[in-house]
Design a protein around this ligand. Structure first.
Ligand SMILES: Cc1ncc(COP(=O)(O)O)c(C=O)c1O
Length: 433
């Protein structure tokens, strides 16, 4: 029965039962952390199995004669760039394989735009509110944190099931030259899991922007992180931008963080020839080259892109039951109550959960009070402010299924309680009127 159709006494009875349930959870001294999307031990073990048989020390020279133990190869080793180029929608000439973190690369590209500008024709962006940056939301908190740190004016754009709301995006960029860029996740976005439609990818490439130095940070963090089957993108964003005469518009980033080891893998970026050339020129002042031994390890462990897909299928086997468990509990506990909605993603690392308006913070607080920690409500919005106070990010990958089930049961109890209190409060207000 829909909660909003229940009588006052039904709601009060239900609230009392839920409070008892919460008390029972408290007595269990739970300590469950659901805050970050990290791979679990079993996923990491798969990579260890693969890596432990790879020898990079007897012969550390790659197929092009580069001794990977030594300095050099600013762009990263060529074989690896070739292998991983599909992750960033490019061919290897336009790919830079760097250190272990794509987030670090994004930060670095952003800083170069702030300090040096997009190219010779445009001034540096500088820091502060004069730079407006579009933030499709709910989105990735660490993206928003970078642009917040730089003092940019963060503009919220709605996420849809097919990517950013492109009507809003086009309206915002058309006439205002201070709108300089946008965060964007094309596949299995964090946290909604949405896949950008072909039509929206084309609109991103072709839209008219008032700023000639408008740049899109396309974070392809989860390109091969399917749960059922590989969702290959039909529209290549870099090629489409070129066709549209907006070749320099997009930087595409990715990494092996959730393919092999987070923090000990390889990050990648690709863009137009111009952008890559000018980025590399600046990069050459920062470093003499990346960690090529790690790159060689990845190249020798994953000989082909198909090998990567097979490895990711094994990871999916580990993750499928976790996502399934979450969805099943949500459907069973909340499916008929009309108080929450959630995504059922085809891949990625998250499930996005929306409460009734004004209930997300309370839900997270209640869960925390019994030892279950979720990412702060609001974290998926710029400045950590979810105006409707609805969104909670669920990260099912790290905990064992048993803990995960317990955490989601707790979430369901808490969201029911928060919703009932909200409805009862509404009833009190309308009775008073
Ligand atoms: C969307 C997204 N981008 C980037 C990252 C971090 O990537 P990296 O480890 O390559 O810095 C994450 C990690 O959760 C993520 O969810």
């Amino acid at each position: 029965m829909l909660l909003c159709k229940m009588s006052n006494s039904q709601l009060c009875n239900m609230r009392d039962e839920l409070l008892q349930q919460l008390d029972a959870y408290k007595k269990m001294s739970l300590s469950l952390n659901m805050t970050r999307g990290k791979p679990c031990k079993e996923q990491l073990d798969l990579t260890t199995e693969l890596f432990k048989n790879v020898d990079i020390y007897t012969d550390s020279t790659d197929e092009y004669g580069v001794d990977c133990r030594n300095y050099g190869e600013l762009y990263g080793i060529r074989g690896l760039r070739k292998l991983l180029a599909p992750l960033v929608c490019a061919t290897e000439e336009r790919v830079i394989a760097g250190g272990s973190s794509s987030l670090n690369m994004m930060f670095d590209v952003m800083m170069k735009l702030v300090v040096f500008g997009a190219d010779d024709k445009n001034p540096p962006w500088g820091t502060g509110k004069q730079v407006k940056f579009l933030c499709p939301s709910p989105g990735y908190d660490r993206h928003f944190a970078i642009t917040e740190l730089l003092g940019f004016d963060l503009i919220k754009v709605d996420m849809t099931d097919n990517g950013p709301d492109m009507d809003q995006v086009e309206d915002l960029v058309r006439d205002d030259p201070s709108v300089k860029g946008m965060w964007f996740m094309p596949v299995y976005s964090n946290p909604t899991g949405s896949i950008c439609s072909d039509d929206n990818l084309r609109r991103i490439a072709w839209m008219k922007t008032a700023a000639p130095d408008f740049r899109i940070f396309c974070d392809n963090a989860y390109p091969v992180h399917f749960l059922e089957k590989y969702d290959k993108m039909n529209v290549n964003i870099l090629d489409e931008c070129k066709k549209a005469g907006n070749e320099d518009r997009v930087f595409v980033f990715s990494s092996t963080s959730k393919i092999s080891y987070p923090g000990s893998g390889v990050a990648l970026m690709a863009s137009s020839e111009n952008n890559i050339r000018s980025y590399a020129k600046m990069l050459s002042k920062q470093t003499i080259g990346p960690n090529k031994m790690i790159q060689l390890l990845h190249l020798r462990a994953f000989k082909s892109f198909d090998d990567i897909l097979v490895h990711m299928e094994h990871q999916a086997e580990i993750l499928r039951p976790k996502f399934k468990a979450v969805i099943e509990i949500l459907e069973k506990e909340l499916g008929s109550l009309g108080i929450a909605e959630w995504t059922n993603p085809r891949g990625g690392y998250f499930i996005s959960f929306d409460t009734m308006e004004g209930c997300a913070k309370k839900t997270v607080e209640l869960a925390k009070s019994v030892g279950v920690e979720f990412t702060n409500a609001g974290a998926t919005f710029p400045y950590g402010k979810d105006e409707k106070d609805r969104n909670i990010r669920i990260a099912p990958t790290l905990p064992p299924v048993k803990d995960l089930k317990m955490a989601i049961e707790v979430l369901c109890t808490c969201v029911k309680l928060a919703s009932i209190e909200k409805i009862l409060e509404g009833q009190r207000v309308s009775n008073a009127v």
